[in-house]
Design a protein around this ligand. Structure first.
Ligand code: 13P
Length: 251
């Protein structure tokens, strides 16, 4: 049985006060960590103060990191820096970073290696654009992302990885993939991992769906056999909604 995982991706939202207010209001309401992993991926400036207040059931993640340990990389933050403040997760390869900040599959691969080296749990985002879906290239695109992004990672590392399937056309658009489509593509990802590694690894890895997940569609998505959770943008910014979204993940 795979433990569900709900992660909020706050993107570039919330000041320190807003972030603290959110965490104070959810920390005693999210369900037991043995039943579901509840994660908030926040911007760098608030990570430390959120980690200090995460309590026993909430965990904190970053939204990006650099692949080097240290060096002359103005404006960047390394995995060891995140680890040193007890951050647990890190989103890697979000489509916004791929599109707007020139992330490539090569840098994503280097980041994944470095995240594991520092005992962070990476949430790797993969997904196709609307043109790619409409021209029937979804599996080819995602297969290629997996080949390049996971290059050189061991079976044991992959078992701890979280993959978020986020179709680019569903992000922030209010246009969710139907639960059947989301499940089909998450199933494809699982099968592909099975080919790259083995059946046990494929059965262990957790795959989230992301893209306009809200209170009105989470139940249907979470009922799908290949969907183990959600990576949620907009709807994760409201503390009451976040708690309800996490509760909905417990089947
Ligand atoms: P929305 O839930 O706002 O569509 O964002 C999805 C996303 O990009 C999560 O990483």
């Amino acid at each position: 049985m795979r433990k569900p995982i709900i992660a909020g991706n706050w993107k570039m939202f919330k000041t320190r006060d807003e972030a603290l207010q959110f965490v104070y209001s959810v920390v005693n309401k999210v369900p037991d960590i043995n039943k579901v992993d509840s994660v908030i991926c926040a911007q760098f400036t608030v990570l430390r103060c959120l980690v200090k207040r995460q309590g026993s059931n909430l965990r904190i993640g970053a939204q990006n990191m650099h692949y080097e340990d240290e060096g002359a990389f103005t404006g960047e933050v390394s995995a060891s820096m995140l680890r040193s403040i007890n951050v647990s997760y890190v989103i890697i390869g979000h489509s916004e970073r791929r599109a707007m900040f020139n992330e490539t599959d090569e840098t994503i691969n280097r980041k994944l290696h470095k995240a594991f080296e520092n005992e962070l749990i990476p949430i790797l985002c993969v997904g196709e654009s609307l043109t790619e879906r409409e021209s029937g290239q979804t599996e080819q695109i995602i297969g290629r992302q997996l080949d390049l992004d996971l290059d050189g990672l061991s079976k044991d590392q992959i078992k701890n990885l979280v993959i978020a399937y986020e179709p680019i056309w569903a992000i922030g658009t209010g246009k969710t993939a139907s639960s059947a489509t989301a499940n089909e593509t998450c199933g494809f990802i699982r099968q592909y991992i099975g080919q790259m590694y083995d059946d046990e690894t494929a059965a262990t890895i957790r795959i989230q769906y992301g893209g306009s997940v809200k209170l009105n569609n989470i139940d249907e998505l979470m009922n799908m056999p290949h969907i183990d959770g959600a990576l949620i943008g907009g709807a994760s910014l409201n503390s009451d909604d976040f708690v309800e979204l996490v509760k909905a993940a417990i089947k």
